[in-house]
Design a protein around this ligand. Structure first.
Ligand code: HEC
Length: 139
């Protein structure tokens, strides 16, 4: 093989490597960190759900996003088939903030307990999340 051919081959190999790393490498999240992960349509909420929304915005949305869209790199969307009633019963929405959650469905890490929210607050949050889920076809 002459030098010119070797040079071209080297360039092609390096280009393939660089493209390979960019396309398949671990540092190419489809959504940049801290961005909403799901599109959530907010329906006209009932009174209790509106109260739940206020609790959620104050205590949960820093991680789970406004209206539970999830935030890449932080926490999952709760308006997701994973959290439909048949897969996560209402009690999960009460226990998670009271007890914390060990990372198991995702790679965000664990959810620490959320201080200062009562069971009554969390029942309202659950009504709110369920209304969001139904409005977005998660049943
Ligand atoms: C510090 C960030 C953070 C905050 C604040 C937070 N969460 Fe989470 N939450 C997470 C992460 C991360 C997970 C995903 C754990 C996993 O399954 O890998 C999660 C999971 C959950 C789950 C699923 C539990 C299960 O059984 O799988 C529920 C429900 C939930 N959060 C509700 C809430 C509610 C309600 C609030 C507010 C009161 C809240 N979270 C606040 C980070 C957070």
């Amino acid at each position: 093989m002459n030098n010119r051919k070797t040079g071209i081959l080297a360039v092609v190999l390096i280009a393939a490597l660089v493209i390979g790393i960019r396309v398949f490498g671990p540092n190419t999240p489809s959504v940049p960190d801290g961005q909403p992960m799901a599109e959530v349509t907010v329906p006209e909420l009932t009174g209790v759900a509106l109260e739940g929304q206020a609790v959620f915005t104050a205590n949960c949305s820093a991680c789970h996003g406004v209206n539970a869209t999830g935030l890449s790199g932080l926490a999952p969307p709760l308006v997701s088939p994973i959290y439909r009633p048949a897969h996560h019963a209402d009690i999960a929405f009460i226990l998670a903030p009271l007890m914390g959650v060990r990372a198991h469905h995702w790679t965000f890490g664990s959810m620490p307990p959320v201080p200062g929210v009562s069971e009554a607050d969390l029942k309202k949050v659950t009504v709110y999340i369920r209304e969001l889920q139904r409005a977005n076809g998660v049943e």
